[in-house]
Design a binder for this molecule. Sequence first.
Ligand code: ZN
Length: 77
Amino acid sequence: MSRLFILLALVGVALWWLFGRRREPIEPPAAKPAKPTAAQPMLACAHCGVHVPRDDALCDSAGRAFCSEAHRLAGPR
Ligand SMILES: [Zn+2]
């Protein structure tokens, strides 16, 4: 009798495992369209040459990109 109970428990866990796993792959395709928009051009800092994402770069009045406020104030090198 205890063997039957263990077998039913194992079948239940196996079913939960199978159907729980099947739902997971549905989410990544929905998240994938966000990746191309996350890709953005890298700009080289005019002071030190470090590449920073365009959204993180600081630009001076001449349109040059800088990695940080300190390098923007220091100016191009
Ligand atoms: Zn820099």
